[in-house]
Design a protein around this ligand. Structure first.
Ligand SMILES: [Zn+2]
Length: 450
């Protein structure tokens, strides 16, 4: 194993070149961008896998963009680890805000900048570096299969179908999903909980057509005012929701014990000077483990076409982040009931529940996490954090189902300065090398895991 780690460290520069070459391909999966580039990206990833000694490499076609498959089967007696990453990227955003061009890798102050450096090309390359170093030194203690998806950034719409179609390829004992952020630079993380989401639309109608506010105002109900009042009432709570939130005491304690820098949070999330957070004692539990409601759109008369009229209708879209044991549809019902309970008599209030991705949570005390923490601790020389995410990740649930009783390991190479999805995305090269070394330790931990 020590030989493999020496090889990983010795090869780090070569992997920077491989990463730079992948970053030069703008494989943006969003529909407004050329699909041919995502295919070119898949081809380049396939070449990279082959160049690193991975066998059976091929593109797996989907109804959308192709994924890349490859494996290194050392012996059928050994356990198999499935490693998932993705090669598609987000659009560059406002190109003028990039200090160096998004699709030209550039190294500054120990970080490599470029779209996809940390999300997620650097993620799967870290594991590839470990696989190659282990194989070359005769120390690969397990079989490895790789699935590098091409549609993660658009919500993995064809992943479940892909896994079902190629079920025979993806039998495994362990799953590593290398696409989640670390808690801090130098502090590795394992993500064990995600919130879900439910989208609900609401429409208020009380007039057959808009009417003159001078002739009718004073006696006539205003759909926009009624919608605002319903939405404002939701701030007081959604009946039945709080009762459904269950957080284990030990997990709550752990979340509250993690450092939470409110000023840093306000800066990262762009709060204007003087604006307060909505909790007086903010902690990670509010993002990771409690539901939250957002009005993501509101629609009535646009300002530009306003006249002295009382509007006949108004609409809003709500996003309710959900937590453990609360299905998206059930959460949507609770929200829709709350909305209807605030509707004035006779006014037409309709709700449409669109649903959304499921929550996911694993037991952070599961022995697989103890083993993985040992590997990350050795690789990073720092205590790993058991982290949550307030967002939803579409790819986790299909893998969690594939893995059965052993939770998938979510651990990637982004740090809080990586700016994934934003301008000037980057990868901390020191942490990247630590992730490669950790991967060698992790393969051995999993090979010994019982
Ligand atoms: Zn990603």
């Amino acid at each position: 194993m020590n030989d493999a780690i020496a090889v990983v460290r010795g090869n780090a520069g070569a992997y920077q070149q491989q990463l730079a070459s992948l970053v030069s391909i703008p494989g943006i999966s969003a529909s407004a961008f050329p699909a041919i580039e995502v295919r070119r990206s898949a081809g380049a990833v396939a070449e990279t896998l082959i160049g690193n000694g991975v066998a059976n490499v091929r593109l797996l076609e989907t109804a959308g963009h192709p994924a890349v498959y490859g494996d290194v089967i050392a012996s059928h007696d050994l356990p198999t680890i499935l490693i998932y990453g993705h090669h598609d990227v987000q659009p560059a955003g406002r190109e003028e805000r990039w200090i160096s061009p998004p699709f030209e890798a550039a190294i500054r102050d120990g970080r490599m900048y470029g779209r996809g450096t940390s999300d997620d090309k650097g993620g799967f390359l870290a594991y590839l570096a470990a696989i190659r170093a282990c194989a070359e030194t005769g120390a690969l203690p397990c079989n490895v299969t790789l699935l590098i998806e091409g549609e993660e950034e658009i919500g993995s719409p064809n992943l479940e179908a892909l896994l079902a179609e190629h079920r025979a390829l993806f039998g495994c004992d362990f799953i590593i999903l290398c696409d989640t952020p670390n808690f801090a630079t130098g502090i590795p993380s394992l993500t064990y909980r995600l919130r879900g989401n439910c989208i609900v639309d609401v429409e208020v109608r009380c007039l057959a057509r808009p009417v003159h506010s001078g002739q009718a105002g004073g006696l006539t109900p205003d759909a926009v005012m009624i919608l605002c009042s319903i939405l404002a009432n939701l701030q007081r709570g959604i009946p039945g929701l709080d009762e459904r939130v269950r957080i284990d005491d030990s997990q709550l304690e752990a979340m509250r014990a993690l450092p939470f820098d409110a000023d840093r949070f306000k800066h990262d999330f762009a709060l204007l000077d003087g604006v307060d957070l909505t909790e007086t004692e903010p902690s990670w539990e509010h993002i990771w483990a409690r539901p939250s409601l957002t009005i993501t759109a509101i629609e009535a008369v646009p300002l530009a076409s306003a006249s002295n009229q009382i509007a006949d209708s108004a609409r809003a879209r709500l996003s309710l982040r959900t937590v453990r044991d609360l299905g998206s549809d059930e959460a949507g019902e609770l929200l829709a009931n709350a909305i209807r309970s605030h509707a004035p008599r006779g006014v037409q209030v309709t709700t449409t529940i669109h649903g959304g991705p499921s929550w996911w949570e694993a037991d952070p005390a599961h022995p697989i996490f103890t083993a993985a923490r040992r590997a990350l601790r050795r690789g990073f020389g720092a205590e790993p954090v058991m982290a949550g995410s307030g967002g939803s990740i579409g790819f986790v649930k299909p893998f969690a189902e594939l893995a059965g009783d052993v939770p998938p390991l979510l651990t990637g190479v982004q740090d809080p300065h990586s700016n994934a999805h934003s301008e000037n995305e980057s990868l901390h090269l020191g942490d990247w090398e630590k992730a490669m070394v950790s991967a060698v330790y992790l393969f051995h931990e999993l090979a010994d895991f019982r």
